[in-house]
Design a protein around this ligand. Structure first.
Ligand code: HEM
Ligand code: HEM
Length: 221
């Protein structure tokens, strides 16, 4: 089959991805070393990035949009039966889409719990801690303190799946996640250009939202 190089992942998808790779271990290390100032600062950056990725999943480019890659059980089963044209397709596979939802969902859950975590009389508190009672804050703190294992287990599955995919489908997935482009069948169209203005709008909304949370989510009127 003849192939050509096409753009697969836009820069916002790649930038958020590699930021997650750096920030998740940093969140763990800062927590374990009680570097709460850094845990909070990086936590708000992570919040802004994940909100940005979700907004970009609604109005971003083709391969970034949830509506274009999240498929029903039929498509997932067909994929598992091996009925999937890898070279004719760019972006997440139907099964890969489920792991994307799990990775983003688990990260969002961990971040959200962190916002309410802590004890005002002992150590650090998330910016939304005063909005909940002591019992709720204790429960969310306890869950936040073990749930990162669920997030990291999912990351382990993710990295294993990428390795297996590379081995059995002879496809390099990492190259496109770094450089943006990969080899696809000649009838596969390029995923460009990146709509910069829309990306800036998503960035402004995400940063504004994270700042509002950082300020303790004050009433807007
Ligand atoms: C995915 C990202 C995150 C990871 C992996 C993570 C990890 C952790 C871990 C492992 C602990 C327990 C530390 C210990 O007591 O041994 C912790 C505690 C905490 N985290 Fe996070 N965290 C994340 C996001 C956040 C965010 C976004 C915030 C708030 C902005 C936050 C606020 C807190 C607070 C307030 C505590 C409790 C501090 C205390 O016990 O005094 N975390 N985090
Ligand atoms: C903390 C660690 C990681 C997290 C949270 C994470 C999360 C994600 C997410 C959410 C996506 C979906 C991309 C999107 O549409 O926005 C993704 C895709 C991807 N990740 Fe990661 N990732 C992590 C580590 C890694 C590492 C270490 C590698 C390289 C070995 C990697 C390689 C990839 C590749 C190649 C894709 C694209 C898969 C495809 O073609 O469908 N990831 N990752």
């Amino acid at each position: 089959m003849s192939t050509h190089k096409v753009k697969i992942w836009d820069w916002p998808v790649r930038f958020t991805h590699w930021s997650f790779v750096l920030l998740l271990p940093a969140m763990y290390v800062t927590a374990e070393n009680s570097e709460w100032g850094w845990h909070m600062r990086l936590g708000h950056v992570l919040l802004a990035l994940i909100v940005f990725r979700i907004l970009w999943g609604i109005i971003g480019t083709d391969t970034a949009r949830f509506a274009s890659f999240v498929r029903g059980p039929g498509a997932v089963l067909a994929y598992l039966r091996g009925e999937f044209p890898h070279k004719q397709h760019k972006g997440h596979t139907p099964l890969g889409a489920l792991s994307v939802l799990a990775l983003l969902g688990f990260m969002l859950a961990q971040i959200s719990m962190g916002l309410f975590a802590g004890d005002p009389f002992d150590g650090a508190t998330g910016p939304l801690n005063p909005l909940v009672g002591v019992g709720t804050a204790d429960f969310l703190t306890d869950t936040h303190e073990w749930f990162y294992w669920v997030v990291f287990a999912m990351v382990g599955v993710h990295i294993l799946a990428i390795g297996l995919y590379g081995a059995f489908q002879a496809q390099n997935l990492i190259g496109p996640m770094v450089a943006g482009s990969g080899e696809k069948a000649t009838n596969v169209k390029d995923n460009s250009p990146t709509p910069w203005v829309r990306a800036l709008v998503c960035l402004a909304v995400a940063a504004g939202f994270a700042f509002w949370i950082y300020s303790g989510a004050p009433p807007l009127t």
